[in-house]
Every structure is written in structure tokens, then in C-alpha cells.
Design a protein around this ligand. Structure first.
Ligand code: ZN
Length: 410
């Protein structure tokens, strides 16, 4: 596949290949337009060490421009114990936690930074509440591209350490994520720096996410019934749906899996529209109340992005569900306890979501389900309601021995 330009998903306007962000007519989401759409089965025999094994379906022309830190080809593991607890016979976990900066965002930033290099961008500017910030900072440093990040005021200080060390200039912006997002867009247009915000503001970022669907198809050797994805604005979900569609149209998978998008109750504009059977998403004007910050996107000023995601949900005969923070905490604890995977709340949302979808009768217990575990828990060290970290210091082995002996008796 060779990228030629973009098509607006809303009005159909076509554009030549460039560092363009959105449709200039209607502000709609742009989709990359490829000249050659044929994909051969050989794509599954590639033995690469990272997502660039699928470079044939990525929009970079020259290998010299690829900026990689080893993202992708993440493990897909069958978690029978978790499946048994939840009530799903075949539950697989796609561990995006093992990416270079701990989340799936590395895929998007790897391809966006490569694109920035290929097109000679002066610098990159992005808005992020955390994970995309780490990916942007890492890949910009690796590429030697100047980098500026706008972060909402409530982002914890500890999240800012890595970008500072890697040389990304940080500006804390008053307000929620939508405000940082808006400013990044305005500044990008004013100074010509490439906007790498991982919403639909950048049409190249989702191309990296698309590789998740190629990997699942390669690793599973069949199509899952459901792919469960935590959703903010939804580019990961749309990209996976598009990836599976590309594979299906080329006869390389037997079906397109249904996408199950998960949002937190405290900020769920797309799940709300789905529940109300509306085709247009409206922005979340209520207060944002959730610990799952990575997927708390109110879409204020760009609600058409939610509508675009919802279209893909319907296209795959999927669904959207909203879950409470309590359910996310229970899911995060269960995921850690029975599968050993320590996820951030935004990622644990997928496990909470599949549980809720089962309860609602949306998913059949015999389904083959892949949950994307989108981000590691090590950045925030959430305890998910477990007892607090012990503070008492012991002098000898005696107390430990007492505990062990006691355990052996029970
Ligand atoms: Zn348009």
C-alpha cells in the first residue's frame, strides 16, 4: 500500500499527502488514502521484531525515516483463570503494557514521528493527559525532533518526569483535556509544527494503532468475535476496525470482529449516544468524574470525532458500554490477582466493560474475546482498593515465619 493523500470521512473531500490535520471544509476526520490496496497473505509471514513488520500497510515511504523503539508485536495471552472468573470461555489479553513507554500510544507516535521526519516537520506539538505525552517525548528524542507538550492542569507531577528528562518542553494548561487539545491545534496551525495529539487531530497516528488488528489476526490465526477497547475519543477503536476491514476485504480474515468500546460513567459521551440510539455524539458538558483519566475525553469542540467512532462501532455490529469507577477498580484488582497483569485504570476498563457487556447480554459466554490491556499500571501504582502499602519494619525472620507457618496450616 502506498499513501497518496487523505479523504474526509465526513464530506468526501480529497487532499494530497501533507502534514494536514483535518478537513479544511468541514473539520471532519481525515482517513489516509492509499493508491494500492492489495494486501497479500505474505503480510502474516513477516517475522519482524516490532510493528514495522507490517510496514507495507503503514504510510512511510523510506525505511530510513522509520523512528522505532521496538513498539508492537505485543503478547496475546489466553487468560483462562480470568475468563473463568468473568464467565467467558475464551478470553485473550493483548498486552499493550509491554510497549516502550508502557502503552499502545507508542505505535501511534512511532508512525507519526516517522511521518514528521519524512515530511521535514520543524517540530512536533501535542496535547496529552499522560500516556501520549510519554510516547511523544520518547519518539521525538529518538528522532531528534523538537517537541512541545500541552498538558491539562490536573496531570500528576510524577507523569512529567520522563518528558522533562527526554527534552520535551511542557506547558501546563488550565482546564480539562479539551482545552489543551484546542490550544495544540491552534498553535500547530500558527507555527507549522506537526500536531501529534493522539486524537483524530492527526490522521497518521491511528495508522500505527491499526497494526493491533494485524497482530491479533496473525497471533490468533482466526478472527475473534469481540475486541474490547477502552475509548476516549476512539481512534484506537476506529483504527482496529479499519485494520480488520482491510484484512477482510483482502480475504485474509473470515470476518470483521465486533468492537466493544468502553467509557467511564463519569465521562461517556459516545456510550451515552449509543445507549440513546443516536447517530450523532454530543459533547460531555457535565463535570468529568473518573480516575480513568486516559479515556476521560469530553469531546468539547470536536464532538464529530465521537460520531466518527460511533460509526465504526455500528459498522462492526459492535456496542458501547459505560462502567463505574468502582467496577474499573474491581476489574483492575481481579486482572492483577488472577492473571498477573497490572494495568492502569483506563486499561482495566476493558475488563470491567466485558463483564458489563456479559451482564447486559450483549456478549455470549462462548464468544472468543480479545481484551486490549492498553496501558501499564506502573506509572500510577493504583492500589484498586487493596490494603495500603505496609509501613511497619521488622527486625528478624520471626514475624514472616509466623505468617508462613500460619498459611501452611490453612
Ligand atoms: Zn470534510
Amino acid at each position: 500500500m502506498k499513501i497518496e493523500g487523505y479523504t474526509c470521512s465526513q464530506c468526501g473531500q480529497e487532499y494530497k499527502e501533507s502534514l494536514l490535520q483535518r478537513c479544511q471544509n468541514c473539520q471532519g476526520v481525515l482517513e489516509p488514502l492509499y493508491s494500492e490496496k492489495k494486501i497479500s497473505r505474505a503480510i502474516f509471514s513477516s517475522q519482524g521484531e516490532n510493528m514495522w513488520a507490517f510496514r507495507d500497510v503503514l504510510p512511510i515511504r523510506l525505511d530510513d525515516h522509520i523512528v522505532t523503539l521496538g513498539e508492537g508485536i505485543t503478547p496475546l495471552i489466553l487468560s483462562s483463570r480470568l475468563g473463568e472468573k468473568i464467565g467467558i470461555e475464551r478470553l485473550w489479553l493483548k498486552l499493550e503494557t509491554v510497549n516502550p513507554t508502557g502503552t499502545f500510544k507508542d505505535r501511534g507516535l512511532s508512525v507519526a514521528m516517522s511521518y514528521a521526519v519524512e515530511h521535514g516537520a520543524k517540530g512536533v506539538i501535542g496535547a496529552s493527559s499522560g500516556n501520549a505525552l510519554h510516547a511523544q517525548a520518547a519518539y521525538a528524542a529518538s528522532a531528534g525532533v523538537p517537541s512541545v507538550a500541552l498538558v491539562p492542569e490536573n496531570v500528576p507531577q510524577t507523569r512529567l518526569c520522563q518528558p522533562i528528562v527526554t527534552g520535551t518542553k511542557i506547558f501546563r494548561i488550565r482546564g480539562n483535556y479539551s482545552k489543551s487539545h484546542e490550544l495544540a491545534s491552534i498553535l500547530s496551525r500558527k507555527v507549522g509544527w506537526y500536531n501529534t495529539s493522539t486524537t483524530y487531530e492527526n490522521p497518521i497516528v491511528p495508522e500505527g494503532y491499526k497494526t493491533v488488528s494485524y497482530e491479533i489476526s496473525q497471533q490468533l490465526k482466526t478472527s475473534p468475535d469481540w475486541v474490547v477497547i477502552p475509548v476516549g475519543a476512539g481512534p484506537l477503536l476506529a483504527a482496529c476496525a479499519r485494520g480488520f476491514t482491510e484484512l477482510y476485504e483482502n480475504g485474509l480474515v473470515s470476518k470483521i470482529p465486533a468492537m466493544l468500546g468502553i467509557q467511564p460513567n463519569g465521562c461517556a459521551p459516545i456510550a451515552r449516544a449509543f445507549a440513546q440510539q443516536k447517530s450523532d455524539v454530543t459533547a460531555w458538558e457535565e463535570p468529568i468524574e473518573t480516575n480513568a483519566r486516559g479515556i476521560a475525553d469530553p469531546l468539547r469542540g470536536y464532538s464529530q470525532d465521537g460520531t466518527y467512532t460511533l460509526k465504526w462501532v455500528h459498522y462492526t455490529a459492535g456496542a458501547m458500554v459505560a462502567v463505574s469507577d468502582k467496577a474499573i477498580a474491581q476489574a483492575g484488582k481481579l486482572l492483577a490477582e488472577v492473571s498477573g497483569v497490572y494495568a492502569e485504570p483506563s486499561a482495566a476498563a476493558s475488563v470491567a466493560g466485558v463483564t458489563e457487556a456479559l451482564r447486559l447480554g450483549l456478549i455470549d459466554p462462548s464468544s472468543l474475546v480479545v481484551c486490549l490491556i492498553t496501558g501499564s499500571g506502573f506509572k500510577e501504582n493504583t492500589t484498586f482498593g487493596s490494603p495500603s502499602v505496609p509501613t511497619e519494619i521488622f527486625e528478624s525472620e520471626k514475624n514472616v515465619l509466623d505468617w508462613l507457618v500460619n498459611q501452611s496450616r490453612t
